[in-house]
Design a binder for this molecule. Structure first.
Ligand SMILES: *Cc1c(COP(=O)(O)O)cnc(C)c1O
Length: 446
């Protein structure tokens, strides 16, 4: 770029606005925005002492283009982490996403009973589906599982005591820490047992006149091995029943069918008074918190004023309804399809991509590895996969892929930049190939 040292004073914003190039910008962007961009550019020039008329116009244009560029963008997930929190967890099915878009763009019967014309309840729209799928008596959907747990503890345990094991004081993703949520709810947390061992008798001994509930928290994102003990949920249910208190179960993922040793929704409902889990983990739906359980218990959550503050919005409900119906009809969610992809299928897909890349002069090979569940699900459980490993400097390639269009998130394994096709959605392979070619060129060019 041509840089010249400006000897005299910088031009005024007003005079620049009347120049041809800036008039052109005002045809594409609001005048106030062009003014802001000019001011910002002039301030930079004042600081650096560098300026030039041609550079200035293109710099102002670049600022405007940057401000107008989309920030939240689709990316290709080549990490193999299926429920990647930083990448938005579960991708929705096409139908679920379309339903959210359609409901978002218009009016809907969100809180209106079309039969009677009376006011309806938004959560009731999916309650039938949830009951049919899980056998639960009642259901409530809120903003996310953190909200469901907070609401449950507030509505059922405020100013009373809730007993929880020291081995289950989990932190989920940095901001959700069970002791903090407990404090926020106004429930007093009574800790029992030790980090590695807690018995039913420990819970029993902690129950007193002020106890409202026992709480089990699924240790969804870590694994304690060795000398450990946790009472089965049935035993906790027996303790709760004996003392006439509630058993609350924060499941985290909410596996409807058994997968590895993840606790299932059915097992939880058979024992607990209230079960909570996320909509966007193993269920494969939108971000949501699902609370299931006895009518009396769920009813107390519904009536609590906090329920209004954490209520679910119409786009989420639309996507969740479709996700649940697809589940009921036996159609696999994108998350389920990714989880069930076999190493043979993944090898074929990666091999096909490798051959096509080789034809374009990009060298790669196949490497056996493991994909992860992610999103605080099934820690330490890997799914066998086959990676496409690209030749070249791993960190430089990964950065070039990330900065590409569309951005591709790769994973660096054994000092190589790798793509796990498990999390690359069907239909993304061509875009991925182009992105890899572009990234390889960009990283060679430096
Ligand atoms: C993931 C998780 C949460 C938080 O759920 P969000 O839907 O992310 O709010 C809470 N508890 C457990 C056990 C979890 O695994």
């Amino acid at each position: 770029m041509r840089r010249i040292r400006q000897p005299g004073p910088l031009p005024s914003v007003g005079s620049l606005l009347n120049e041809a190039g800036y008039l052109g910008l005002q045809e594409r962007f609001p005048r106030v925005l062009v003014v802001q961009a000019i001011r910002e550019q002039l301030a930079r020039e004042r600081q650096s002492g560098l300026s030039g008329d041609e550079d200035r116009l293109s710099a102002v244009g670049a600022l405007l283009a940057d401000w107008a560029a989309p920030r939240l963008r689709p990316v290709i997930n080549g990490t193999g982490v299926v429920l990647h929190t930083n990448l938005g967890r579960a991708p929705l099915s096409r139908a679920a996403a379309a339903a959210a878009a359609e409901i978002a763009a218009g009016y809907s019967n969100l809180e209106l009973d079309l039969e009677t014309g009376r006011r309806g309840d938004r959560s009731a729209l999916v309650e039938d589906l949830l009951r049919r799928l899980t056998g639960a008596e009642a259901a409530l959907v809120v903003n996310n599982n953190a909200a469901a747990v907070l609401l449950a503890l507030t509505a059922l345990g405020a100013r009373r005591e809730v007993v929880v094991s020291r081995g289950q004081q989990v932190e989920i993703g940095g901001s959700f820490r069970m002791p903090d949520v407990m404090r926020l709810s106004g429930a007093r947390m009574v800790e029992v047992g030790t980090t590695n061992r807690t018995r039913a008798a420990d819970y029993e001994a902690a129950v007193g006149p002020r106890t409202a509930a026992l709480l089990r928290v699924h240790t969804s994102n870590f694994r304690v091995t060795g000398f450990t003990e946790t009472p089965p949920l049935e035993e906790l249910a027996r303790v709760a029943r004996r003392h006439g208190i509630l058993l609350l179960d924060d499941l985290g993922s909410g596996a409807l069918e058994p997968i590895f040793d993840e606790p299932t929704v059915a097992e939880s409902l058979a024992n607990a008074d209230l079960t909570t889990f996320s909509g966007d983990k193993l269920l494969g739906g939108p971000q949501a918190g699902i609370a299931l359980g006895k009518s009396a218990t769920v009813g107390r959550l519904v009536k609590h004023p906090l329920a209004r503050a954490v209520r679910v919005d119409k786009m989420t409900l639309a996507a969740l309804e479709v996700t649940l119906r697809e589940r009921l009809l036996g159609r696999a969610s994108p998350v389920a399809s990714m989880l069930s992809a076999t190493p043979t299928e993944l090898r074929r897909r990666a091999g096909f991509l490798m051959v096509r890349l080789e034809e374009r002069g990009v060298e790669a090979s196949l490497v056996e590895a493991e994909s992860a569940f992610g999103g605080g699900s099934l820690p330490g459980r890997g799914l066998p996969t086959v990676l496409l490993a690209l030749d070249g400097r791993a960190s430089r390639l990964a950065a070039a892929l990330r900065r590409g269009a569309p951005p591709v998130l790769a994973r660096v394994e054994g000092n190589r930049c790798c793509i796990d096709l498990r999390t690359v959605l069907p239909g993304e392979d061509d875009a991925l190939q182009d992105a890899i070619e572009a990234a390889v060129l960009a990283s060679r060019g430096r």
